[in-house]
Write a protein that binds this ligand. Structure first.
Ligand code: FE
Length: 349
């Protein structure tokens, strides 16, 4: 029997439920490992065109995955943005994402740039942009032939020349994970040891700091993601422009297995409360406008089918294109535990 008291509490409950739903309808909670100031426009354009407010939590890839795990079903996260394919894969196998069925996304993003569909046809994550891991060098001190493969970074010819960020950073873990697949454990360990022996200084800072190291003469060879290099190429700041003086760059392994390419991508969180908005946001990321933002704003290569870009720095970087490696992301992901062991063994910090 419904008493007056019951009726009031039921009415209140449904009122709160409505309030809750309507609040959710217009918001989206994004956990993001993208750390690029130009992305603000990416988010604000989405909010402007949809009326959906984005609440963002920024952390690194590992921090986001750890937080999702700790929060469990109570997690407010709707969308997860990560900047490393192996971490996307890790989130997938740890069950932190929910597979999404979207014709628009499946049509826009080729299978090589997305997680493997489950039996129901749902896809656990989508890549939205790519970046290459390239080598920069001082043209006055180093010849291109001395650094045109990843293997040569560990060769004695480059002794005392190398600047590279921490081996445990996802960008390097993924690169080393792919090298491990190509060379096997023994040769990869020797290669990593060779790089430790070749370091001009202990690993510190991000990729731009490694390019700076070459510019200031602290080292003469460095490893960086392509967009950091393109950013400097396009810079109007005299101090950044001058960093490009005498700086050469090379896409390694063009005559063998190809340059290592990584993905930045997104997934819908397993316990997303605003799933519809989350899917809408992922579909927005595949739109020509957002894809162009990745190219123009952060100098990444868009992955959506048919998107044309007009970024002179990317043009300068690749000319007629380049050969990229072709290793399944899951392999690179699985290799990371082994890579970390090898890094510890050879003292690669
Ligand atoms: Fe980055």
């Amino acid at each position: 029997m419904i008493t007056a008291k019951n009726f009031i509490s039921m009415a209140l409950a449904s009122l709160f439920a409505c309030a809750n739903v309507s609040a959710q309808e217009n918001s989206l909670n994004v956990y993001s490992a993208r750390h690029y100031p130009t992305d603000e426009a990416l988010y604000s354009n989405f909010s402007r065109s949809t009326g959906i407010k984005i609440n963002r939590v920024d952390s690194d890839d590992a921090g986001i995955l750890a937080r999702l795990k700790a929060e469990g079903t109570a997690s407010p996260a709707d969308v997860i943005l990560l900047v490393d394919a192996a971490r996307l894969w890790k989130g997938e196998i740890e069950g932190l994402f929910q597979p999404i069925k979207s014709k628009l996304l499946n049509d826009a993003i080729a299978p090589q740039f997305r997680g493997k569909a489950n039996v129901d046809g749902g896809t656990p994550w989508f890549g939205f942009s790519t970046r290459a891991r390239v080598v920069v060098y001082n043209k006055l001190k180093v010849s291109k032939e001395e650094v045109d493969t990843y293997e040569k970074l560990g060769h004695p010819i480059n002794k005392g020349r190398l600047c590279i960020r921490s081996g445990s950073h996802p960008y390097n873990l993924s690169l080393f994970g792919s090298v491990l697949e190509h060379l096997g454990e023994e040769k990869t360990q020797a290669w990593l040891k060779g790089m430790v022996d070749n370091m001009a200084r202990s690993p510190k800072g991000g990729d731009t700091d490694q390019i700076k190291g070459v510019a200031t003469g602290e080292c003469s060879v460095a490893v960086t993601n392509s967009y950091y290099l393109a950013r400097l190429m396009r810079s109007d700041k005299p101090e950044e422009k001058s960093m490009m003086d005498n700086l050469g760059f090379v896409f390694p392994n063009q005559s063998t297995w190809g340059t290592h390419v990584n993905i930045a991508g997104a997934a819908v969180a397993r316990n997303a409360k605003n799933k519809a908005n989350a899917v809408k946001f992922l579909e927005y990321l595949a739109s020509p406008a957002a894809q162009n933002h990745f190219a123009d704003g952060n100098n990444e290569w868009p992955v959506a089918v048919g998107v044309k870009i007009n970024n002179p720095a990317l043009q300068t970087l690749t000319g007629n294109g380049f050969k990229s490696e072709n290793i399944p992301i899951s392999v690179v992901g699985m290799n990371q535990v082994k890579v970390q062991q090898l890094l510890d063994r050879v003292g690669f910090k």
